[in-house]
Design a protein around this ligand. Structure first.
Ligand code: T4K
Length: 394
């Protein structure tokens, strides 16, 4: 018991273990690209690296158009704008707050829908029940890279004659129904943030097979310009700079290797973590980028709650995260709204019981074994740990 950091022991790790520590490609190739960029003095506005990366991604995902953006949040907003949405949009609450905020910034009303507890994705039946005459679209989120009941949602959207689009922030390189995510619905929005399996530091993309939509999104991304001196609508600056696209090209060259490393890490967690009673690791049935190590905590079996486990692990420098607690509907500006709350029982349950574990660079088999033995120790001394936090609660 004395080994645990909360009881005065040394932390299990001297350096913090983080969720999604980025893997990076060959730095020399990146520097070469930067040299070329300095030479050309083209730093942004559809530079050569942006165009090259757009083509590579469109080819890889087998979609007609890839439009790179400054981040994933803007990618979602550009889709809303180009679809000319008004009124309500149905989305899950169990997602990063950016999904809801992007809608809100576009003057739309997010309507939160419950999810399935196995896949953590939008439940099609609950979604159907929420559709009314103000519903202008459905926004599915491929959470953790799991395809979100694409064909069921496509059927609902078609029957109700409303657009369907996707937040694919987690899903680069992931498949749904044996097809790479990117070409589903009206359009899909990716995030290429530093913490994603494929990163451009900050960045994102819209992918679509719809020529007209792609055209509008390209224009809106660049203030609405359709020609020198000619603005066709309310655009914004959502462009990706060349330094980011250069990073994307470099990371793209080793994306397969990154996915293999992520899979090894995920396999290793799958192998060791469930040996502790009360921890269930999410497995991926379709092709995945294996980036997120998503764990459901059963307090009755483990002996400590999800939050107690988190606090005890943080003391050990194991920085597990409560994604996506407390659910968007419990955050501002949504929580203060005087709106009848939909049934979000599964969302509430998962928001209280899910932990995401350290992953990415530096998470080796030995590190995972050490994490597991630390949790075993916490579980063995669960009464003392509980007692400690009830007296030193913060
Ligand atoms: N939709 C969904 C479903 C999303 O998950 C996201 C973003 C979006 C939309 C919006 O896409 P973007 O507009 O962001 O492109 C992080 C990311 O910032 C965010 O992109 C991501 N989702 C979200 C799930 O995670 P935070 O607030 O948790 O980040 P932070 O700073 O706490 O970082 C997490 C861990 O990553 C840290 O413990 C350390 C590590 N890290 C972080 C950075 C930035 C690194 O090792 N290196 C780094 O450079 O949101």
């Amino acid at each position: 018991m004395k080994d645990l950091a909360i009881f005065g022991g040394d932390p299990a790790f001297t350096q913090s273990l983080c969720v999604n520590r980025p893997h990076i490609g060959n730095k020399h190739d990146y520097y070469k690209r930067l040299d070329a960029m300095f030479e050309s003095r083209m730093f942004t506005n559809d530079g050569p690296f942006v165009l090259e990366l757009e083509n590579k991604i469109a080819d890889y995902l087998n979609v007609k158009h890839c439009i790179l953006t400054c981040n994933g949040t803007m990618a979602i907003q550009l889709i809303c704008k180009a679809l000319d949405l008004k009124g309500e949009v149905i989305l899950p609450s169990f997602t990063f707050i950016a999904t809801a905020h992007a809608l809100e910034w576009q003057g739309l009303t997010p309507v939160f829908c419950d999810i399935n507890t196995e896949t953590h994705n939008l439940d099609p039946e609950s979604c159907l029940a929420l559709i009314n005459n103000k519903t202008s679209a459905i926004l599915g989120v491929h959470l953790w890279g799991n395809g979100c009941y694409v064909s069921e949602l496509e059927k609902i959207a078609k029957d109700k004659n409303i657009p369907l689009f996707f937040d694919a922030a987690h899903a680069f390189g992931c498949s749904s129904e044996n097809k790479l995510i990117g070409g589903f619905g009206a359009a899909e929005a990716f995030s290429f943030h530093a913490t994603k399996a494929f990163s451009t530091f900050e960045g994102g993309a819209v992918t679509t097979n719809n020529d007209e939509l792609a055209n509008r999104i390209r224009n809106y991304r660049n203030f609405g310009f359709i020609d020198y001196d000619c603005v066709d609508g309310l655009g914004i600056n959502a462009k990706m700079p060349e330094v980011c696209a250069a990073m994307g090209l470099t990371n793209f060259e080793q994306f397969e290797e990154t996915v293999n490393k992520n899979k090894q890490t995920h396999d290793c967690y799958l192998n060791f973590l469930p040996k502790i009673k009360g921890l269930k690791v999410m497995d991926y049935s379709d092709e995945s980028n294996y980036q997120y190590i998503v764990v459901e905590v059963d307090e009755n079996l483990l002996g400590v709650s999800r939050d107690e486990l988190l606090m005890a692990l943080h003391a050990e420098n194991i920085l597990v995260r409560k994604y996506f607690y407390p659910g968007c509907h419990n955050m501002e500006p949504y929580v203060s709204r005087n709106r009848k709350q939909n049934n979000l029982g599964n969302t509430e349950y998962l928001a209280k019981n899910v932990l995401v574990f350290p992953s990415g660079f530096g998470i080796t088999e030995n590190v995972i074994k050490e994490i597991v033995s630390t949790i075993e120790n916490i579980s063995i001394h669960c009464s003392e740990v509980k007692n400690y936090f009830s007296q030193n609660h913060h």
